[in-house]
Design a protein around this ligand. Sequence first.
Ligand code: V47
Length: 366
Amino acid sequence: MRARLAAASLTDIADKLDAGVRLTADDGVRLFESPDLLAVGYLANREREKRHAGRTFYNYNIRLEATNVCVASCLFCSFARLKEGDPDSYTMSLEQAWQKLRDRAHQPLTEVHIVNGLHPNLPFSYYTELLRGLKRIRPEIHLKAFTAVEIAFFADLYGMTDAQVLEALVEAGLQSLPGGGAEVFAERVRKKICHDKCDADRYLAIHRTAHQMGLRTNVTMLYGHIETYEERIDHMLRVRGLQDETGGFQAFIPLAFHPDNNQMRKLPAPTAADTLRTHAVARLVLDNVDHVKAFWIATGVEVAQQSLWFGVDDLDGTVQEERIYHMAGARTPEAMSTDDIRRLVTAAGREPHERDTFYNLVGTPA
Ligand code: V47
């Protein structure tokens, strides 16, 4: 492998990784530019195995997207309908949202992942009651809810500070934040693709506040549209910087851009090679984040399976009822059973482990 790394001009990066020396922005860009994808994957896999050996995590979760009414106009989004009453717009009543969980009473779920549009006319109590009702139905289920973008929106709309919003939601049952809304932190990109939602500094400040309150969070990166490799690395380094401060991020999740039914539909979707490489580079650059997740709905099931040899140790979970990607043309199934997930992990030569949101192992039937 040494000769192969030398041929790919990656020996110095391999040596740094061996010595536990941090990669620089320049190293990160070189990993993106190296023609030898398998050499990059080899390095990422070494780091993955140091942390997790062959263990691959997934959870038994469900999505809840209570409304797609949204005042933001992100060009990549196929989910949002700007106004109540627009064709295909919906806002669930609290009863309808709670019923989604009651309908799954037979499933040993451990997590509900809630993401919504930025709805301008709902009272704050809609969100606190949503959480309270879910907790009444299944108190043991973890509520991972509301991206930092939603938290910022609530603070501005209801005249509260970000911390007050988080405190009130925690009081109502919130237990962690998902990583959505990060997109690409670089201002140049944000101005073009999502100019009217919270900026990178606020996104990171909200995660910092959440971490200081003891909440764990995830962080994403939407890749494969107009961003440069330098901007991807800048994004990862901002995550690494905050993680040095707080240690509160659990997982980094690169999200492959899906071009159907949105205003960026002229762009091609990222290739499988780009997807494998992006997850691998994330594993190498983010030396202080425990988990790199391939969200199989976004990557495709087959690529998610290969990614388990390219730095990835987590596949999200059963998901169920995902809309954001399916409205953007994802052809993946809308759910996988735990048996499906275990089979694809085992077939890849890795060991499946069901986890809860905090990566504690959950007893699963063999
Ligand atoms: O922030 C929207 C992305 C995100 C498109 O925290 C799109 O565990 C691609 O954040 N093509 C929401 N991506 C999903 C998300 C997520 C997913 C899985 C796990 C976790 C976690 C979080 O979806 C948005 C945006 O970046 N998105 N539209 C699109 N057309």
